[in-house]
Design a protein around this ligand. Structure first.
Ligand code: SF4
Length: 464
């Protein structure tokens, strides 16, 4: 007897056309975890495919239902794809952080929108679809992360150099430029460690990214949870080289660094934002203010002493920034103990206090939405700064980026990271991260640096 034909669900990860060439390096991106989770929530009687524009340009394929994940910078692209399907009478569903922040806009370009987190509501969406009873809008509440659904990693493109996993969501901080607390809530929700370890055991590949906004959390108990997680990886023999994001308090409890290092941590991304208190106050970066800019170097040193490199995220173009401040910040990045330098232009994403304020003050330069969302990718000037003209900010950034990411500086950084971490892989990870920015600044085909030669060969470390 023949089996019943399955319904086809295509899940789409759109790409901002702007990113296609200049801003794009496949060695540093990670798989669309949200779509993997949607696939994991979908019953077996569906045939599921992920169409990932990071690897293949969208081409129309027949389906019964389309789901598209939407970040702000890809919103316009997502709407275009959605419209193609709708014109052919195929139902589209949009979800993701941008949809939660701009539901009224999104509603115009989709049959259905899902706001909030999909876990609590996706099964109902599918049931309603099958019963021909779809509503226009669904909202998923923020649920405890006790029984997290594992993503269907078998559906991700095989070209990704990193696997990824999420172990916590939400943030009690309230930074001016961030929408995490609006989208995932201000409660730090944690998955049980054993569940995370079980999932980790199923992940293939050597390189892993913990996508949590802050893997160690904000208090003693959450730091202890992180230690349990790292110890569990060691005990179960889960061998990965990994990187994560954490706040500056990562160095407060040295056990965190010890077990992170022993379980394979090679690099930690820290939101430094600025080396000056004035800018930290402007961004409401409470943790950094509390710790104090004077202590940054000793924190970097402590991290290095465990063979881990520091990816420092700095932000440029704040209201209190003068041209001189921008140049000083670039100089600080080069001279400080930061190994990999991330330097973005402050970008007001919808759902942030920053966006609301700039919109109210009529200082947004791109407001023809949704078309203009494509500019909101962190390397363009989106607003009228206070102490300079937008062109001045951009021209100064070009100087800063060139200073930070030229070959000479990157070689020097590499040698310095090697010296302070005494760990070739940690140095290679920081260098690769810098190279992504180098390629952005100098064009992706101009990439003469060869880390494998420099370090005498690191098999399977993908730098292409
Ligand atoms: S930037 Fe980091 S610390 Fe600040 S609100 Fe966002 S996630 Fe929390």
């Amino acid at each position: 007897m023949k089996g019943k034909k399955k319904n086809k669900l295509i899940l789409i990860n759109p790409l901002n056309p702007y990113k296609k060439d200049a801003l794009f390096d496949k060695s540093t991106i990670s798989p669309p975890l949200g779509l993997g989770i949607i696939a994991g929530l979908t019953p077996d009687d569906w045939d599921i495919e992920i169409l990932d524009e990071n690897f293949e340009e969208f081409k129309f394929k027949q389906a019964d239902l389309i789901g598209i994940t939407v970040l702000t910078s890809v919103a316009n692209r997502a709407y275009q794809i959605s419209e193609i399907y709708r014109k052919k009478g195929i139902t589209t569903i949009l979800g993701g952080i941008h949809i939660s922040m701009r539901p009224d806009e999104a509603q115009k370009y989709a049959d259905v929108i899902v706001t909030g987190e999909a876990e609590g509501v996706w099964k109902k969406v599918l049931t309603d679809f099958m019963e021909n009873n779809l509503q226009k809008k669904y909202h998923g509440e923020l649920l405890p992360m006790k029984n997290a659904v594992w993503p269907r990693r078998d559906l991700f493109h095989s070209g990704y150099a990193y696997s990824n996993i999420q172990t916590t969501r939400g943030c009690p901080m309230n930074c001016d430029f961030c929408s995490v607390h609006t989208f995932n809530g201000n409660k730090y929700r944690q998955r049980p460690v054993e569940d995370v370890l079980d999932e980790l055991e199923t992940i293939k590949g050597e390189h892993l990214f913990f996508v949590d906004d802050n893997i160690i959390g904000y208090n003693k108990a959450s730091a202890e949870r992180a230690i349990r997680l790292f110890k569990g990886m060691i005990d179960r023999g889960i061998k990965k080289d990994w990187y994560c994001q954490a706040s500056l308090n990562v160095a407060e409890n040295e056990e965190v660094l010890k077990y992170a290092s022993e379980s394979g941590c090679k690099m930690i991304l820290i939101g430094i934002e600025s080396e000056k208190t004035e800018q930290l106050q402007e961004t409401n970066k409470k943790m950094n203010i509390k710790i104090g800019t004077d202590h940054y170097e000793e924190i970097f040193k402590k991290i290095h002493s465990y063979g881990i490199s520091v990816l420092g995220a700095l932000v440029f173009g704040l209201d209190s920034d003068s041209v001189e401040d921008l140049k000083n910040r670039a100089n600080y990045a080069i001279k400080s103990g930061i190994d990999a330098m991330q330097a973005t232009i402050i970008t007001p994403l919808p759902g942030t206090h920053l966006f609301k304020r700039l919109e109210k003050e009529n200082r947004l330069l791109y407001t023809n939405f949704p078309e203009d969302w494509k500019h909101y990718h962190f390397l363009e000037v989106i607003h009228q700064p206070k102490l300079m003209k937008p062109e001045e900010l951009y021209e100064t950034m070009k100087i800063c980026w060139t200073q930070m990411w030229n070959e000479k500086t990157l070689y020097k950084k590499l040698l310095k990271t090697l010296k302070v971490t005494k760990n070739a892989k940690a140095a290679a990870w920081a260098f690769t991260s810098n190279m992504e920015r180098h390629n952005t600044a100098f064009g992706k085909n101009k990439s003469p640096l060869d880390i494998n030669k420099i370090l005498g060969g690191l098999p399977s470390f993908n730098l292409q």
